[in-house]
Every structure is written in structure tokens, then in C-alpha cells.
Design a protein around this ligand. Structure first.
Ligand code: PAF
Length: 270
């Protein structure tokens, strides 16, 4: 990878992925193609960021298909290391994101953001990009990576890319592949709940607790959905606002199980 990197025109843009590519990834690759002179895509199904009872074994990565999508998107190189290459025996260092790694998704999935930060740091040092593209659907991951790049002085611009949704508002995710037809319809409740909070916000509701309770009520109206959390937080700190939300806005986040599939989504309120 380093040899290939030396031959590339700067700025080099990287799009890290787990595989299982969909139109959301295509949007990342497209943005990277526009922003960089050279584009590197990574395909690495990182086992360490999946909890014991999570979906690593059924994750829908298909190497040949994913390579084809990267190729059609015009990437200059694909970095697709093996698990042993990424985690050789004896490697022990990890990157600890600090408090942001322990709230919301981090509280539900202990160790997840440490594993994400560690693998992204390794992918950054393998690909040595100037720019790195991450989707806004994984808002907390984006913030963890942004802070890591800043705090560890990687000198990489972390570029957010807007969430891609289907015609019913469902945020695209590799995990949608697990849903039955009925569940896919039920999944529409996730974005609907966020839109309901946004409508209340537009109607000048400024109490996070009222907006969160609105999200909860909408999710509870769908029999196939179980809420993991609904939170309306300060997008800068990822902590609750200490009082009414200022007009500069907030970030509403939700995690929902539809059957055995866990989906996350978020929406800026401002
Ligand atoms: O969002 C993902 O696809 C993964 O968490 C990432 C950033 C590629 C790290 O494995």
C-alpha cells in the first residue's frame, strides 16, 4: 500500500468501509473522487468492532461485488488487508476515544469505538490520506474519527457526507439486507420518528426531553420496532444540553431494533 501510495497524485482521498457496499458508499466514493486527485477505497470487515452477539458472521460483505463497485466508482487503489495483516500476533496498542466513546452507541456496544478508532488509525497509517470520507449516518463514529484526527494530529481532513435515504426515508445501511419485506416497511418508522422531532423543533419546542419523548412515542407505534435509545444532544459535545436547546440546534439520534436487526439514524435540528 505504501508503494502504491508513493505513486499517487495528492491530495489522496480515502473511503474506509467494512464491505457490503450500497448507494451510501457510492456517495462517499463519488465525494472522494470529486475532492481528491487519487482515491483509495478500503475493504476490511473489522472483527474487533463487533460485539460477541452481534452480526459479524452474517455481515453482507461480498468481496468480488464490493471490488466491482469500487472499480466502477473509479478508485485508484483498493486496500483489502487480511485480519492477520491488520492485527499481527503481539500487536497490543489501541486508541481510546475518551468519554465520547462511552455514551449512546458506545454505552450499548462497549469497546466498539475503541475498536473503530484503532482500525481507522491503522487504515490511515496504511493509506496515508490527505482526506477521509465518512457518512453522517454514523454520526458518533464521524465525531470519534474527527476528534482522533485532530487530537492525534493526523493532518487529515475528515469530510462528512450526507446520509443517503431510500424513497421512504430509510437511511441506507448494509444491515437493511437482513430485513424481511414487512420489516423493511416497519423500518420507515425510524426516520419518521426523527422527522416528528424535527416538526416539534420547528414548532419551537426547545426541551430535549419533550423531543426525545416524541421520538419514543412514534417508535412505540410500530409493533415490529423496539427502541434502544432516543437522544437529543449537543452536536459539538455529544452531551445533553444543560437546559433549553439554543436556536443553533441539536442532533437527534435514535437506535432501533426491527426484529433482530439494529438500525441507527440521526437528524440535525436547526
Ligand atoms: O463505518 C464503517 O464502515 C466502519 O466502522 C469503518 C469506519 C470502516 C471502520 O471499520
Amino acid at each position: 500500500m505504501h508503494a502504491a501510495r508513493l505513486c499517487m497524485q495528492s491530495p489522496v482521498a480515502v473511503v474506509p468501509t467494512l464491505g457490503g457496499l450500497h448507494a451510501g458508499h457510492k456517495a462517499l466514493l463519488h465525494a472522494a473522487r470529486k475532492g481528491g486527485e487519487s482515491v483509495v477505497g478500503t475493504l476490511f470487515l473489522n472483527p474487533k468492532q463487533f460485539g460477541e452477539n452481534e452480526d459479524l458472521a452474517r455481515y453482507p460483505a461480498d468481496h468480488e461485488r464490493d471490488l466491482g463497485i469500487m472499480r466502477s466508482a473509479g478508485v485508484d487503489a483498493v486496500f483489502a488487508p487480511s485480519v492477520d495483516e491488520m492485527y499481527p500476533p503481539g500487536d497490543a496498542f489501541t486508541v481510546n476515544p475518551g468519554p465520547i466513546g462511552d455514551v449512546l452507541e458506545g454505552a450499548q456496544r462497549p469497546g466498539h469505538f475503541r475498536a473503530v478508532a484503532t482500525v481507522v488509525a491503522k487504515l490511515f497509517s496504511a493509506t496515508r490520506p490527505d482526506l477521509a470520507y465518512f457518512g453522517q449516518k454514523d454520526a458518533q463514529q464521524l465525531e470519534v474519527v474527527r476528534r482522533m484526527a485532530h487530537d492525534l494530529r493526523f493532518e487529515i481532513d475528515v469530510v462528512p457526507v450526507e446520509t443517503v435515504r431510500d424513497e421512504n426515508g430509510v437511511a441506507l445501511s448494509s444491515r437493511l439486507a437482513y430485513l424481511s419485506e414487512n420489516e423493511r416497511v416497519a423500518a420507515e418508522i425510524v426516520y419518521a420518528s426523527l422527522c416528528s422531532a424535527r416538526d416539534r423543533w420547528t414548532g419551537r419546542e426547545r426541551a430535549a426531553s419533550a423531543l426525545e419523548s416524541d421520538i419514543r412515542t412514534v417508535i412505540q407505534s410500530e409493533p415490529l420496532a423496539t427502541l434502544d435509545y432516543a437522544a437529543v444532544i449537543d452536536p459539538e459535545t455529544f452531551e445533553p444540553h444543560g437546559g433549553p436547546i439554543p436556536d443553533t440546534g441539536a442532533l437527534a439520534l435514535v437506535a432501533v431494533r426491527i426484529g433482530t436487526t439494529r438500525l441507527i439514524d440521526n437528524l440535525r435540528l436547526n
